[in-house]
Structure formats: structure tokens, C-alpha cells
Design a protein around this ligand. Structure first.
Ligand SMILES: O=C(O)COP(=O)(O)O
Ligand SMILES: [Mg+2]
Length: 219
């Protein structure tokens, strides 16, 4: 029995799951820090800060430099990143094939990310990752993942009950979100993880999106 058994919808996380956006996030963090006369963390350090939305990313970068949280820095980051979220971002190998395979099996697709909506839509369009029936971003609701509300809102827009859905993510945040929403979780290991997964085991784990695709095409 595959993780897709009995599912009508598959909702994806974005950063670290469908796209490798860490270099572009690192670039924007570095420019923001340098503009403020601060040192810039390296790519690996910034990658470990991704997954809880922009304010947390900026807060973690500032803390790394011994600085307190500062809303001006969040605004500065958004201005830099939103102007060009594409440079340095690539679609993970196998992502387009996986989405096409799921669609061809009649599964409905949604996207639930902590990235704000403006750069999310720019990336989805430029990288031809859509269409998704519902897209919820980090600024769509007053709360972000790991609160279950964004994932539940995505499913609500798709009129799909939680027990007929699957959430695919790369991080402990995604796993917690799915658990809190009572949605089955599939973990992909190509992403940023940021911590070890505790509690209920994921329904499945895939080293790559291509590995996930393979089980879909074999259905
Ligand atoms: O933290 C972010 O901004 C985005 O991360 P996500 O797409 O993995 O939710
Ligand atoms: Mg992610």
C-alpha cells in the first residue's frame, strides 16, 4: 500500500521541498546584513534558518550576529528578496515529473508554504510549478506553520477533508503542522530539515522527489 492510498489531494511545502531557494535567501540575508554593517552568515548557516517564515529567518540571522530582532531588518529583507526571488533558485530534480504524475493519477494539488505570497507566486509562475488549486503563504493568515491553520485553510479551499490529504515537506515544521492538522505526512530528504522529526513517524520518507515519482507512476 502506498502513501497515496485513499488520498484525494496532495499539498506541498515549497522551500526545500519543490525548490532549492537557499542560495537566493542567503543572498538577500547577506545584502540586508551588510547594509546594516553586520557580518553575513554563510550559506549553510542561513539554510538552517529557513522554514519558519521571513520574520524568524531575519530574527535568527540577527541573533547569529548578536543583534536583537528589528522590524526594519524584516522590511529590508523583504524589499531585497521580493525584487528578485529567482536568482540562485532552482527546481529540485524530479519536481515537475512528480507533479505531472500526481495530476495524471487524478490527485488534486495544493501548496502551503511559510514564504510570503508575493515571492511565492513569482516563483511558481517563473518556474512553471503550477497550477495548484490552492496556495497559502506565510502572510495569508495571522499565523504560520507549525500552526495547523494554514494547511487546514489550503484543504478547505480545495474542499478536501484532512483525512483524504497528504502533506509533503522537508522540515520538522512541516511534520508538526501535518500532525496538528491530522494530515498524513510524507518527508523528503532533499531539503533543509532544521531539527529531528519527533512524534508520529512520517507515513513515508523519500531521499529524492524522483523516488517519490516512481511509486506514483507504478500505481
Ligand atoms: O520559511 C520560509 O520562508 C519558507 O519555507 P517553506 O516553504 O519551507 O514553508
Ligand atoms: Mg520547507
Amino acid at each position: 500500500m502506498t502513501p497515496l492510498h485513499g488520498r484525494r489531494a496532495v499539498v506541498f511545502d515549497l522551500d526545500g521541498t519543490l525548490i532549492d531557494s537557499a542560495p537566493s535567501l542567503h543572498r538577500a540575508v547577506s545584502l540586508m546584513m551588510i547594509d546594516r554593517g553586520l557580518p553575513a552568515p554563510d550559506l549553510e548557516t542561513v539554510t538552517g534558518f529557513v522554514g519558519n517564515g521571513v520574520p524568524k529567518l531575519v530574527e535568527r540571522a540577527l541573533r547569529w550576529a548578536g543583534q536583537p530582532m528589528d522590524d526594519g531588518a524584516v522590511h529590508a529583507f523583504r524589499t531585497i528578496y521580493d525584487a528578485d526571488p529567482m536568482t540562485g533558485t532552482v527546481v529540485f530534480d524530479g519536481a515537475h515529473d512528480l507533479l505531472a504524475a500526481l495530476r495524471s493519477k487524478g490527485l488534486r494539488l495544493g501548496l502551503c508554504t511559510n514564504k510570503p505570497m508575493a515571492p511565492t507566486m513569482t516563483l511558481l509562475n517563473a518556474l512553471k510549478l503550477g497550477p495548484f488549486e490552492a496556495v497559502i503563504g506565510g502572510d495569508s493568515l495571522p499565523v504560520r506553520k507549525p500552526d495547523p491553520a494554514p494547511l487546514l485553510a489550503t484543504l478547505d479551499q480545495m474542499t478536501c477533508p484532512p483525512d483524504a490529504a497528504l502533506y509533503v515537506g522537508d522540515s520538522v515544521t512541516d511534520h508538526r503542522t501535518a500532525s496538528a492538522a491530522n494530515v498524513a505526512y510524507v518527508h523528503v530528504e532533499c531539503g533543509y530539515a532544521n531539527g529531528s522529526i519527533e512524534g508520529d513517524a512520517p507515513l513515508a520518507r523519500f531521499a529524492t522527489l524522483a523516488e517519490f515519482s516512481q511509486i506514483v507512476t507504478e500505481l
